[in-house]
Design a protein around this ligand. Sequence first.
Ligand code: C2E
Ligand code: CA
Ligand code: CA
Ligand code: CA
Length: 279
Amino acid sequence: AKAQGKNAYQLFTPQMNEAVTRRLNLEAGLRRALDRGEFLVHYQPRLSFVNMRTVGMEALVRWRREPGMLVPPMEFIPLAEETGLIVPLGEFVLETACARTAAINAAMGLSLKVSVNLSARQFSDTNLPELVDRVLGATGLPPACLEVEVTETVLMQNIATAANMLAQLAEMGVSASIDDFGTGYSSLYYLKKMPLAAIKIDRSFIRDIPRDPSDLAITTTIISMCRGLDLAVVAEGVETQEQFNFLLGLRCDECQGYLVSRPLPAPDFEAFLRQSGNA
Ligand code: C2E
Ligand code: CA
Ligand code: CA
Ligand code: CA
């Protein structure tokens, strides 16, 4: 690159310098954030199409970097994954979600199931079953009230390791679902081979139903295929009554999306449960 003289010099522009600085700031901020307790967990309800009740919720991490400033996960999860910070952060989310769910279930006489997202690094960590076991023990949450969400991409990275991990979790009574189904390298092989409880249809397929014929075909096919495989189907990103009615007609199992509720801080989620007649 040096031989190119002027060009090589231009490789490092002021804009890039700025980008590097921003990234370093973000990384340093991320490291401090855990100690300072800046991470929180929001909860988005999962509604059963069968009885129209809340049957569980997805735990979604947020970073309150400054008061009144919530950083969305897409802006820090990839960096946390790259730097390895995802391991302590993931532990925090798991602990927080399990503790809160145990408390809500006890207070309201419910048995809601909480689902926690696992990134590639967390899912390939051989200590994961041990961690899950410890957290369940410490919080008193029954294993049946915990589900992990992994993407197809993560499952396919190492099929043997993934199958082994899911088998260990299943052995403990913890279920697993496939997140963003249809957006990765979809293989029917793992649907048959791996111990899975549910698949979550990615919201990109839900967005344009019932108008878009291909999204319609894909959604209909996924639902009928999963019925045959005894897998529950969760529709993600349901925003309209029309989408809801359509999915109900297709006998989809569960609904998650802004139509029911946005992800909420724990106290608001509890208020939602009371208002919607769940408790
Ligand atoms: P995801 O697992 O696919 O989570 C669903 C995302 O869709 C959430 O975004 C949620 O707020 C959003 N969403 C829900 N309903 C609707 C809707 O009706 N319309 C639209 N437009 N969006 C909807 P969020 O919370 O920003 O999370 C983004 C991603 O960050 C998640 O996607 C997940 O991949 C990752 N993530 C979040 N929390 C964690 C975590 O604790 N650990 C890990 N490893 N990843 C996480
Ligand atoms: Ca998810
Ligand atoms: Ca998803
Ligand atoms: Ca996603």
